[in-house]
Design a protein around this ligand. Structure first.
Ligand SMILES: Nc1ncnc2c1ncn2[C@@H]1O[C@H](COP(=O)(O)OP(=O)(O)OP(=O)(O)O)[C@@H](O)[C@H]1O
Ligand SMILES: [Mg+2]
Length: 358
C-alpha cells in the first residue's frame, strides 16, 4: 500500500480554497489503496504539522486546535520526521499530493524542497511551477514558443508601496502602450487577489498600490473584451488528456474577481463552453501546446479569453495547482469527459508514484 502525504493549508492568500480542495481529495481518495497522511501547513507561520484528528475539521479551519505533531522534511534521506511528544518517527511517503494553492505552495518552492528530498510530488515540477506562477514570464514563453496571442502588457517592480513617481511613470507607459480600460494585477498571486480593472486615470494609483501589496512585481495589461474559457490538461507518461473547455459567465460582475469566484452566486458556467466543436478543438490544441511549452507535468488548468469582436483565443494564465474541490472547474471538466473525481485523483497519484519507480 502506497503512503500519500496530503498537504493542505499553506502560508498563502488561498489558504481557505486549499482547505476545500484537500477536504474534497480526502473524501474521494481510495483509502483501501492508499494510506493517507494529512499534513496541515498553518497560514500565519507556515508550520508543518502531521494532523491526526477528525478530517472534518479541515474544511472550517478548526484543524489547528486538533491533535497534531510537528513534521519536518529530512533533505538528506527523503524521510519525514514526526515528533510525537519527544519520540521521533520517520516516515517515507511514496508521493506528496499538494492540495494547496498560491505562494510557497504552487510556486515551485515546495516542489523544489521535495525534489531535493527525493519525494515525488503530484503535478508540475519545481521549474514549471515557478515559471507558471509568474504571469509575465509565462506570457513571454507562451508568446515565443506557441504564437498564441496574449494581452499586451507592461511590468513594474517595486518593494513595498509604489511612490508617486513610479505610479506616474507606469500609468503613462500603459496609457501610451494600450490605454483604458486596463487590468492591474500582481505577477505572482492567485484567486484574483489584488487584481483590479481601471477605467480612468484617477483610479490607477489605487489599483497599482493594491497590486503591490501582494507582490513586488506587477503587470498592467490591456483589458481583453472576451468570454472566459478554461481548459483542463491531465498528463500521464507524456500523454496529455485535454478536456473539453469550460466557460465562465461572470454575470453582473465586472470581471471574475474573488467575490465572484468564491462568495457571490453572480456567476454561472457552461461545460462544455458555448463554442463550436471546431473552436473547442482549437483551444484544446492551444492548451496542450502551452502546457508542453512550459514543461508542465501532471495537471494544469489553462485559461483563455475568447474575444467578442474577432472571435480569437487570447491566453490569460495557467494554474499548476488549480482549485480541486469536487465543484471546481478542473475536476468538473474532467468529470464531463467521463473521468470521475476519484479516478482523476487516482491517475494523478499513480503517475507521480510511477515516476519515482521509473
Ligand atoms: N487582461 C485582461 N483582460 C480582461 N480581463 C482580465 C485581464 N486580466 C485579468 N482579467 C480578469 O481578472 C480575473 C483574474 O485575473 P487572473 O486570472 O490573471 O488572476 P488570478 O488571480 O491568477 O486568478 P486565478 O485564481 O485564476 O489564478 C480574470 O479571470 C479576468 O476576469
Ligand atoms: Mg485566473
Amino acid at each position: 500500500m502506497n503512503t500519500i502525504l496530503l498537504l493542505f493549508g499553506g502560508k498563502s492568500s488561498e489558504y481557505e480554497v486549499s482547505l476545500s480542495s484537500a477536504t474534497g481529495a480526502y473524501q474521494n481518495i481510495d483509502r483501501r489503496k492508499y494510506r493517507v497522511l494529512l499534513c496541515g501547513i498553518t497560514r500565519d507561520e507556515g508550520r508543518f504539522w502531521l494532523y491526526e484528528d477528525d478530517p472534518a475539521k479541515i474544511a472550517d479551519g478548526t484543524w489547528t486546535d486538533g491533535r497534531k505533531y510537528p513534521l519536518s522534511v529530512d533533505l538528506s534521506d527523503g524521510t519525514l520526521s514526526v515528533d510525537r511528544d519527544g519520540v521521533t518517527e520517520h516516515i517515507r511517503p511514496d508521493a506528496v499530493l499538494p492540495m494547496i494553492h498560491g505562494k510557497f505552495c504552487e510556486d515551485g518552492t515546495l516542489q523544489g524542497l521535495f525534489a531535493v528530498a527525493g519525494i515525488p510530488v503530484v503535478g508540475c515540477g519545481c521549474q514549471a511551477s515557478a515559471v507558471c506562477m509568474d504571469k509575465a514570464v509565462t506570457k513571454a514563453i507562451v508568446t515565443a514558443e506557441t504564437g498564441v496571442r496574449t494581452a499586451r502588457g507592461i511590468v513594474a517592480k517595486c518593494a513595498g508601496a509604489p511612490d508617486a513617481a513610479l505610479i506616474e511613470a507606469t500609468r503613462r507607459e500603459a496609457e501610451e502602450a494600450f490605454g483604458y480600460p486596463m487590468f492591474v494585477k500582481p505577477a505572482r498571486a492567485g484567486s484574483s487577489v489584488g487584481v483590479n480593472k481601471v477605467k480612468k486615470p484617477e483610479d490607477f494609483a489605487r489599483a497599482l498600490t493594491l497590486a503591490f501589496a501582494e507582490d513586488t512585481k506587477v503587470l498592467v495589461e490591456e483589458a481583453i473584451n472576451g468570454r472566459e474559457i478554461e481548459v483542463a490538461v491531465l498528463e500521464e507518461g507524456g500523454v496529455c488528456t485535454v478536456a473539453h473547455p469550460a466557460e465562465i459567465d461572470c454575470g453582473s460582475s465586472e470581471f471574475y474577481d474573488y467575490e465572484t469566484k468564491y462568495i457571490s452566486d453572480a456567476s454561472s458556467f457552461y461545460i462544455p463552453a458555448r463554442l463550436t466543436e471546431a473552436e473547442q478543438d482549437e483551444v484544446r490544441g492551444y492548451a496542450e501546446a502551452i502546457f508542453r511549452a512550459l514543461d508542465c507535468g501532471g495537471l494544469a488548468r489553462v485559461d483563455f479569453f475568447y474575444t467578442r469582436g474577432e472571435g480569437e483565443f487570447v491566453f490569460n494564465e495557467i494554474n499548476t495547482l488549480p482549485g480541486f474541490t469536487p465543484i471546481s472547474m478542473y475536476p468538473k471538466m474532467m468529470i464531463n469527459d467521463g473521468i470521475v473525481y476519484g479516478a482523476l485523483l487516482d491517475r494523478l497519484i499513480e503517475s507521480a508514484v510511477g515516476k519515482a519507480r521509473a
